[in-house]
Every structure is written in C-alpha cells, then in structure tokens.
Ligand binder design. Structure first.
Ligand SMILES: C[S@@+](CC[C@H](N)C(=O)[O-])C[C@H]1O[C@@H](n2cnc3c(N)ncnc32)[C@H](O)[C@@H]1O
Length: 264
C-alpha cells in the first residue's frame, strides 16, 4: 500500500498526536460510542483509528477480541496495536477496509471522513464490513466555529496570510447534514444526526503553541511550513485571538455526528 494523501500529516508518534488532537478525541470517543449505542456483546471496527482514542473506548466497553481497527499511517497502526493487545489492527484505508464483509455490528470513523479522498466509497465500505441491521457512524469537527483550537489557529493564520488553507474552506463534513448526505448515498437507513461537545485544558499558551510545532494535521503542517518570522507573527496573532491567557485555559470542541443503519 502506497502513501495515502489524507495520512500524509499523520506520520508521527502516538504521544505527539495525543498532545495535539488526542486530548480532544479521547473524550469525544465516549460521546461517539454513546451516540452509536455501543454496548457489551457488540463488535466494532474503528476506521482511521490513529493511535487509538476510539479504540480505547471500544476495548473498555467490548473487550479487545471484539474490536478491529485500521489506519493508513504505519506509526499509528504500530502504536494502536502496542497500546491495545488483542485488537486486530491492520494498515488500510477507509476506501478499501482490510476486513471481511459482515465483520462487526458497528463501523465507526472518528475525525476521519474529511481526510478520505473518496468518502462515498468509504461509506459503502463501512456498510460492507457491518452485518445487516448494524450501524455505520462518523463524526467530524465543526470547523466553522465549533472547534475553538482550530478556529483560533486558522483565524490567526488568515490574519497574516489570506491564502492560509483554513480547514473550514478546504475540508468537507464540518457542517450539519454533510455526513448524512454521504450515508444516504450509501443506502444507509434511519440516519440520525447529533452534535458532540467536549473540551480540553491547557496549562499555558506555550503548551498549545508547542502542539502546533509538532507538525500534526493540516494546522501543524501549515505552521511548520512557515519561515521563522512568519511563524513568530502567527504565534503573536494566535496569542491575541485567545485573549493572551497568562495561565491555564480551556477550549471547547464540537463535532457533527451521523449514525445510519445497514439495511436488512
Ligand atoms: C484526526 S486523526 C483521527 C484519529 C482517531 N480516529 C482519533 O479520533 O483520534 C485522522 C486519521 O485519519 C487517518 N486517515 C487519513 N486518510 C485516511 C483514509 N483514506 N482512510 C482511513 N483513515 C485515514 C489518519 O492516518 C489519521 O489517523
């Protein structure tokens, strides 16, 4: 399998991801599993597992032998497998999920669909690995203003560079109805939408700023692509956007979620 475009900025260590995004995706995973109704006795596939934020919640609720996971990023697959022994972790992408037809009761993609090149194919693949009557689910941040960390970053970036690749402009699925539309095309039934809200606290502005310097995701990648003077200007602009906090602060994050049922 060659390099997958959407995974290009995710070739980092699990800990590095956690300090940037895992701090939000772990609490999000609890709410996402609740939205799907994941319950003991179920089996589930975590599509685009990363280092395993959702995998952790699935293992906790279902037990490792009932959990399957895949991701195109080699370091994330290694990390997920190391963190959760007993989970079947395979390298693979959502457009060609490396599991058999009818593998599980649920297929779940947390913060993944916006990185997938062929989302319609991904939704069909998620439906394929789920038994008839099972559930397919996805959630993606609200990039317009629900995900404060990324919104503040991109607003700061746009203030110094009007061409900055704001994820609200470059990525799909950050608005209500967009995931449901793709699910309907994949012939899923009884599609329900909801919003999931979490938060993360930082001990200082530097803790937040350093998380961008690791180059994770589109924001980190943009940050590290700048030359030193522009990166300094971005740092000052971001500090101002956040009201120049002198100590700890908390940022909220809202995701749009859709859950559909596989016919049968
Ligand atoms: C923001 S991370 C989310 C990781 C994890 N699900 C979480 O909630 O923390 C996005 C993930 O999508 C993966 N990804 C990118 N393109 C993908 C694709 N085409 N199919 C499946 N996963 C993909 C990346 O490698 C990365 O692990």
């Amino acid at each position: 399998m060659g390099e997958v475009e959407g995974a290009r900025t995710f070739g980092v260590a699990g800990e590095t991801y956690d300090s940037f995004m895992g701090r939000y995706s772990l609490p999000l995973a609890e709410l996402f599993a609740d939205a799907v109704g994941v319950a003991p006795g179920d089996t589930a596939v975590d599509v685009g597992c990363g280092p395993g934020a959702l995998t952790a919640v699935l293992v906790d609720r279902l037990g490792a032998p009932c959990v399957y996971a895949c991701d195109p990023s080699p370091p994330f697959c290694d990390e997920c497998a190391a963190r959760y022994p007993g989970v079947v972790v395979k390298r693979g992408q959502a457009e060609a999920i490396p599991f058999e037809t009818n593998t599980a009761d649920h297929a779940m993609a947390q913060l993944v669909l916006h990185f997938v090149s062929e989302p319609d194919t991904a939704a069909q693949e998620m439906a394929r690995v789920v038994r008839p009557g099972g559930k397919v689910a996805a959630c993606v941040w609200d990039f317009d203003d629900g995900m404060e960390m990324l919104r503040a970053f991109w607003d700061a970036a746009l203030s110094i560079d009007p061409e900055a690749p704001d994820e609200a402009r470059t990525l799909r699925f950050g608005r209500p109805g967009e995931i449901a539309e793709v699910f309907a095309t994949a012939r899923l039934e009884l599609i329900r939408e909801s919003t999931l809200a979490v938060a993360s606290s930082y001990s200082s502005f530097d803790e937040l700023w350093n998380s961008f310097l690791a180059g994770v995701g589109p924001a980190g990648s943009y940050c590290t692509s700048l030359d030193d003077p522009d990166r300094d200007r971005l740092r000052v602009a971001l500090l101002e956007r956040l009201g120049a906090p002198s100590g700890s602060f908390t940022l909220g994050a809202v995701a749009h979620c859709a859950v559909g049922r596989v016919p049968g």
